[in-house]
Design a protein around this ligand. Structure first.
Ligand code: FAD
Length: 394
């Protein structure tokens, strides 16, 4: 993309996010990482500033800006280098809330969406189970129709914010096969409990939970959209989550490249700056190419998402697959350029490396992205003749 997508309004937003990050986030990084969760207070503060809802409709308390505003917030959080906190904040906003905007009833919007955007309630989305992650249709959590309510039973795994959430959007079976329904469940419902998933490789400042539902009585009014349509809703909703993951990965890689450049010019070995060794210079050049390629595909995906919404699935899937893999290489190379200090906590690159490892797993693994794309690419062959008459016939 040759033109700068950011307006004066975006830059004003950037300025206030930068100030917020410096005041409310940076001083707490070490403590939140050690505690394996952030303070709930930070959600409230983010909400008060309106940072959760920058691209959400104003009528729900959002900022009414375009998705480039969300990109501004993502960039400033990525540069704070605390992936766990960023993930917690995004898992609150961009996983469950777009479902409520698109499909929620007026009451659901009033009771969940509006307070969540204001930071007064914390949200989570629970799809993954101990026995089913990529295979969403393989979930076994059930919501049995009891006439005037559902009885929810089952367990969810790896739910970000699961221990601190006020409500969880739960994906449950309401019948055989693909009869899947989304339910918005208050975490004070009797029969609900959660435990922390500890000892993660990275993303330490994010709360991760296993959830348990034992005969939870859930009212019929908890259904989001139509009963039995949940699988389709979830597949659609993945676009925003994957776009976010891709954009985040791109900015973390950009940050890691900047760190490598600075270090390569200050660290001396064999009487000269390490950046003067051709091998390091070329590595940095290759990293810069990768970051540029990641930015191009990320920004194109954002532009198409703004124009077409979830119909931009293919470019978003490509961006998620490409950036997840390439950004990890860039971050790994940055750590290598830092030598021994890269392996310590002193330069931040070790944390970025740990946190970024989730990129190829969360929000749909690279293999699943390739499965989606592989089908589309091969299907295209059946419907078009790109080689056509001009192709050289051998
Ligand atoms: C820190 C963290 C936070 C998370 N937050 C959330 C959250 O908030 N909400 C939520 O619902 N989930 C969350 N998840 C779960 C995450 O989305 C899943 O881990 C991810 O979708 C992969 O599912 P899985 O772990 O069951 O792996 P599996 O699906 O068991 O996959 C294992 C391996 O098999 C491969 N594989 C599977 N199927 C295929 C196939 N058809 N073709 C080729 N390869 C295949 C996968 O790519 C992978 O390499 C989180 C996970 C982590 C680690």
């Amino acid at each position: 993309m040759s033109t700068n997508p950011f307006t004066e309004e975006h830059e004003l937003l950037r300025d206030s996010v930068q100030k917020f990050v410096a005041k409310e986030i940076i001083p707490n990084v070490e403590e939140w990482e050690k505690n394996e969760h952030c303070e709930k207070e930070v959600f409230k503060k983010m909400g008060e500033k309106g940072f959760f809802g920058v691209s959400f409709p104003e009528k729900y308390g959002g900022g009414g800006m375009d998705f480039w505003a969300a990109v501004v917030v993502i960039r400033e959080l990525a540069y704070a280098n605390i992936g766990g906190l960023s993930m917690s904040l995004y898992a609150h906003t961009y996983l469950p809330l777009p479902l409520l905007v698109a499909l929620g009833t007026d009451d659901q919007k009033r009771d969940y969406l509006v307070p969540a955007l204001a930071g007064e309630k914390i949200a989570a989305l629970a799809i993954t189970e101990p026995g089913a992650g990529s295979d969403v249709a393989g979930i076994t959590t059930t919501a049995k129709d009891m006439g005037d309510h559902y009885l929810l039973n089952g367990s969810k795994m790896f739910t970000t914010n699961g221990n601190i959430a006020d409500f969880v959007v739960v994906v449950a079976k309401t019948g055989e096969g693909m009869n899947i329904t989304l339910l918005v469940v208050d975490t004070n419902t009797e029969g609900f409990s959660s435990i922390a998933v500890k000892n993660k490789l990275g993303m330490h400042s994010s709360d991760t939970a296993q959830l348990f539902f034992e005969d939870c009585k859930v009212p019929k009014t908890a259904v989001i959209g139509q009963e039995g349509h949940g699988f389709y809703y979830i597949m659609n909703n993945f676009q925003e989550e994957r776009l976010l993951a891709g954009v985040t990965g791109m900015f973390v890689a950009e940050w890691a490249l900047e760190k490598a450049k600075v270090y390569a010019l200050e660290r001396k070995a064999f009487g000269r700056e390490i950046g003067k060794f051709q091998v390091i210079r070329h590595k940095i050049a290759q990293m810069a190419v990768k970051v540029e390629a990641c930015r191009s595909i990320a920004y194109r995906a954002v532009a198409e998402f703004i124009e077409q919404g979830n119909k931009a699935e293919i470019i978003i899937t490509m961006a998620k697959a490409f950036i997840s893999e390439e950004s990890m290489i860039v971050i790994n190379d940055s750590l290598q350029i830092h030598g021994g200090v890269g392996y310590t906590e002193d330069y931040g690159i070790a944390r970025a490396w740990r946190d970024a490892r989730l990129l190829t797993i969360g929000a749909g693994t690279t293999e699943i992205m390739h499965e989606i794309l592989g089908k589309v690419v091969l299907d295209e062959v059946q419907h078009t003749d790109k080689l056509g008459k001009s192709a050289v016939q051998v």
